[in-house]
Design a protein around this ligand. Structure first.
Ligand code: G6Q
Length: 549
């Protein structure tokens, strides 16, 4: 039994949820003129509108009580202090130190890590400036024009998402490429688009033992050596980002060309560390500093704001409300911004790898659901695809709408149309369309009685479906930093309530182990004994042998 089960507010919320089944947001808005104001939260450059969630004042009060009873704030403070809250790996969790201003103090084992962070940022900045200024040159004397990041998971999703998000700030000479998949297609198709003499490979791996990344890095090196004048050229074309200097050297990258980080940076929280090197190359050190400052601004808010107005806390708790009390299994994240097209994939890892856990910190099984399924695509595209289910399906899927007020592009009416669609979707989810409204509409269209009656139920929208809208001024590096840190802390809050360790990922290990055995079979050209019949058959088929023969 966890604090979540035991909490008085849990029982209260469960009872409250039975009443909430009758909550009708249409009526709540009609009856309460202050609702939009009370449930909207302003941070510099960002408005978070929670008023279209199925909550009332009592819900929020009880959710805050639940956060207190489950020790969210204590755990938050322990994280900021550098305690080893990642218990299963015995590590501190300090992505917040990566964006702490120079001069602040964050200690791990009695050592202030901020100077270490600043030193790496300084090396990254010096290197980025040389590449961006054209001073760092390839083997034939031309400046770098392509950056290929080779990494996977946390060493890919963050820098890829952020580089795409901040294209308007990108260096005009540099094109950014990201190779993650061990499927050779990913590397082959990327290499077709780059010139070895002007390409910088960034091999990004915290451990430098990840199978996919090392395979891709070896293939890239081989390709490069087949074209470069001599192996000395490696030093101008390959850099590494890692915590493992020994393996980096063994691979053939000079530690001079390595940018380090620390075990207290989790992979999916590492964009702010040297893993962000491609982003710094892309947007430059100054804009990268603004990105960090945005993250830090959100850290200060999360650390200092009272729970009643603490946005990550409220978003996290409302997520708990939707997941555990209203029975929602998934959350859709819909950025109305094409530059944020990788955000759903990024948040999918952040949230699902952090809170997709079936064991509590104490080692027991939680008697409730933990992390929801996170998914999404940019709007308006999603509207023409899966929004049907969001509006009329039998499942309730809470939606996060994320949209900037200003676009980077003033082209015709595009942005007004984008905003209109975004606002309309949350309105439609909330309002729905009643039978009476549909009937009146059909009558106005002059549809004959029978046809109208047959069509009527198909055109009704139940409404009362929850969403949050995050409305920010413009997609700047600072705004992106705030947004990402906001979601990190939201995930943190939920992990704390559910009593799970949001910072390990043992669930990815089993597949890796089994893949090792199966790869050995593929190499040997025959399945070893001991596989289940299905796997044995698949293997046999792939190898070209006949099952059992
Ligand atoms: C993230 C995970 C995982 C990790 C990759 C790559 O939190 O730990 O996605 O980032 O497995 O690991 P390396 O950086 O060690 O190659």
């Amino acid at each position: 039994v966890t604090a979540f089960d035991r909490a008085d507010s849990h029982a209260h919320l469960a009872a409250h949820a039975r009443r909430a089944a009758a909550f009708d947001m249409r009526q709540m808005f009609a009856r309460d003129p202050g609702r939009a104001e009370r449930f909207a939260f302003e941070l510099p450059g960002l408005l978070v509108d929670l008023s279209k969630q199925r909550i009332d004042d009592d819900t929020l009060r009880s959710l805050i009580a639940l956060a207190h009873e489950t020790g969210v704030t204590g755990r938050r403070d322990a994280m900021f202090r550098g305690e080893r809250i990642n218990a299963t790996e015995g590590r501190a969790v300090l992505h917040t130190a990566l964006r702490a201003p120079a001069g602040s103090v964050v200690t791990v084992d009695g050592r202030n890590v901020v100077p270490d962070v600043q030193a790496v940022l300084g090396r990254m900045a010096a290197f980025s400036n040389r590449v961006r200024d054209g001073d760092w040159r390839g083997y034939d004397g031309r400046p770098i024009a392509h950056v290929v990041n080779i990494g996977i998971g946390g060493s890919d999703l963050g820098p890829y998402m952020a580089c795409e998000a901040l294209v308007p700030y990108g260096h005009p000479r540099l094109s950014m490429h990201f190779v993650s998949n061990v499927d050779a297609t990913h590397m082959v198709e990327t290499l077709k688009r780059v010139d070895p003499a002007t390409t910088l490979f960034v091999v990004a791996s915290k451990t430098f033992t990840t199978q996919e990344t090392l395979a891709n890095a070896r293939t890239a090196r081989e390709w490069f050596l087949g074209r470069a004048p001599d192996s000395g050229a490696i030093a101008r074309h390959f850099v590494a980002v890692s915590t493992n200097e020994v393996e980096v050297s063994a691979f053939g990258i000079d530690p001079e060309n390595m940018f380090g980080f620390w075990d207290w940076v989790g992979g999916r929280y590492s964009l702010w560390s040297a893993i962000g090197l491609p982003l710094m190359l892309h947007i430059g050190p100054r804009a990268f500093a603004e990105f960090l400052a945005g993250g830090h601004a959100m850290d200060r808010h999360f650390r200092d704001a009272p729970p009643e107005s603490n946005v990550p806390m409220l978003m996290g708790m409302i997520g708990v409300w939707n997941a555990n009390f209203l029975g929602c299994d998934s959350v859709a994240v819909i950025p109305y911004d094409q530059y944020l097209h990788r955000l759903p994939a990024y948040l999918q890892q952040l949230d699902m790898e952090s809170n997709g856990k079936g064991t509590t910190l104490a080692g027991g099984r939680p008697g409730y659901h933990t992390g929801p399924v996170i998914w999404g695509e940019p709007g308006t595209n999603g509207q023409h695809a899966f929004f049907q289910l969001l509006h009329q399906g039998t499942r309730i899927v809470p939606v996060d709408f994320i949209v900037p007020i200003h676009s980077h592009h003033r082209v015709g009416e595009h942005h007004a149309m984008l905003l209109a669609n975004c606002f309309a979707q949350s309105q439609a989810l909330m309002f729905g369309k009643t039978e009476a409204e549909v009937r009146a509409e059909l009558a106005a269209q002059g549809l004959p009685g029978d046809a109208a009656a047959a069509l009527l139920p198909h055109k009704v929208f139940p409404g009362n479906r929850p969403s949050t809208t995050l409305l920010f001024d413009r997609l700047t590096p600072h705004a992106l930093g705030m947004l990402i840190a906001l979601y990190e802390h939201k995930v943190f809050v939920q992990g704390a309530v559910w009593g799970v360790n949001s910072f390990d990922q043992w669930g990815v290990e089993l597949g890796k182990q089994l893949a090792g055995r199966i790869l050995a079979d593929l190499r040997a050209g025959e399945p070893a004994a001991g596989h289940d019949a299905s796997t044995a058959r698949l293997l046999a088929r792939a190898i070209g042998a006949r099952p059992g023969g």
